[in-house]
Design a binder for this molecule. Structure first.
Ligand SMILES: NC(=O)c1ccc[n+]([C@@H]2O[C@H](COP(=O)([O-])OP(=O)(O)OC[C@H]3O[C@@H](n4cnc5c(N)ncnc54)[C@H](OP(=O)(O)O)[C@@H]3O)[C@@H](O)[C@H]2O)c1
Length: 238
């Protein structure tokens, strides 16, 4: 049996690193990705560059000898975009976040779906979205919330259309998770006081999100395709 291959974007740190580690523990070969070359298993590609998703997919497929079984769309950025910025600054920030957090994930999902359809193979996509996609976010993060809502809608569309072909799509919506991304946010929004909004009394850990992602990638029943799983300590209960 050949070892199944997963492409995990944003695997250099935080949630993506935890997902890559757990998938490797489960016997998968993981092709990682980050903005920079950190090791031989990680493909560098800055997803702000419109040509990057295509290059990343081609390079990953090449390294995987033409067979990728899973895609984890995890890479993302969270940068403030106050409405008081100049019009062009605000628009630039909007477009960067939409490109990195949504458009790149859409392009990679499209490449993956086409790959599985062409080979008549099953495949799975796991999208790391956000609580913000349902609840909205801070006044400085319209773009982030919109990108994650778009990711959720895209995920449901993929799930509905390609399930019959054996292509499954799952989405996870973390709330605050203990990574550098959450640290930046907590610092900008008043620090630990925000934890009062989380009934669990703490933020999620990257390992908790990775447990869910690995479940979706490997164990979740096919009938669960299209599901959106929350991980927010009951801070936003749908
Ligand atoms: N942490 C939270 O509270 C939280 C909550 C909800 C959802 N999420 C989502 O979970 C995912 C992972 O977040 P995290 O907290 O683990 O973030 P993180 O620790 O900041 O890591 C972000 C990852 O994405 C990569 N990345 C960032 N910008 C990129 C770009 N322009 N091109 C390519 N890769 C890029 C980073 O690569 P480099 O190391 O090369 O920069 C890194 O691997 C994101 O999609 C995020 O929106 C996080």
């Amino acid at each position: 049996m050949t070892q199944p291959v997963a492409l995990v974007t944003g695997s250099s740190r935080g949630i993506g690193l935890a997902i890559a580690r757990r998938l490797r523990q489960r016997g998968l070969r993981v092709i990682g990705h980050a903005t920079r070359a950190i090791d031989a298993d990680t493909i560098p590609a800055d997803l702000a560059d419109p040509t990057a998703p295509g290059r990343l997919w081609d390079e990953a497929l090449d390294r995987a000898d033409g067979q990728i079984a899973m895609l984890v769309n995890n890479a993302g950025m969270f940068a403030a975009n106050p409405i008081g910025l100049s019009d062009i600054e605000w628009l630039d920030n909007w477009e960067d976040t939409l490109r990195i957090n949504l458009t790149a994930a859409a392009e990679l999902s499209r490449f993956a779906v086409k790959h599985w359809l062409a080979d008549d193979q099953p495949g799975r996509i796991v999208h790391i979205a956000s609580r913000a996609g349902y609840r909205g976010d801070s006044p400085d993060h319209w773009h982030y919330a919109a990108a994650k809502a778009g990711m959720i809608a895209m995920h449901k569309t993929i799930a509905r259309h390609y399930a019959i072909k054996g292509i499954m799509s799952y989405a996870i919506c973390p709330g605050f998770t203990d990574t550098s991304m959450a640290d930046d946010y907590l610092a900008s929004r008043g620090g630990a006081g925000l934890l009062a909004d989380i009934p669990l009394g703490r933020v999620a850990t990257p390992d908790e999100i990775a447990t869910m992602a690995v479940f979706c990638a490997l164990d979740a029943p096919e009938s669960m395709t299209g599901a959106v799983l929350d991980a927010n300590g009951a801070s936003y209960v749908r």
